[in-house]
Design a protein around this ligand. Sequence first.
Ligand code: S3P
Length: 176
Amino acid sequence: MMNREPRRNIILCGFMATGKTSVGKRLAEIARYRFLDLDAAIEEEAGVSIPQIFSSQGESAFRKLESLMVERVAEKTECVIATGGGTIVNPQNLEMLKRCGIVVALTADIPTILLRVGSGDDRPMLQGNRLERIQALMDLRAPAYAQADLIVDTSALSVDEVAQLILDRLREFGFH
Ligand code: S3P
């Protein structure tokens, strides 16, 4: 079991398709923490899928729900929390998450992201020309991701490798 101090959760943020959910599940298994997925919590609260929230109520309604869920998960301890790609773009969300845990940003290069998102239409933020959308959002969001406590490039690594790398690096933050 990991030491609880000084911060009690591991929070994964970063762009879409950088591996937040799969790495988060693996990390939780290894650390014996609970795994929480912010997007899943949003869908549960709304009773509909994220694409449905975007199409019926718009992005701003989604962002409000997202911030509400950040407030809720910030109360937890000993959890690995996977956030959505846009969560820490809101500085208040980032601040709240930093207070309740170590914030780890996962990154990946654009060809890797393109490959991983595939052609599915389950990502409302990537409507239209996918490459252009990814590039534009990456540029916009890079300053937010750079504020994470730890940044890990997942492009060339397996889920297990990323999880292990994070655990090794977390020792610097007092996790044992
Ligand atoms: C979003 C990313 C999605 C989800 C929503 C908005 C974003 O999560 O929260 O579609 O703004 O980047 P993933 O990063 O898990 O795909």
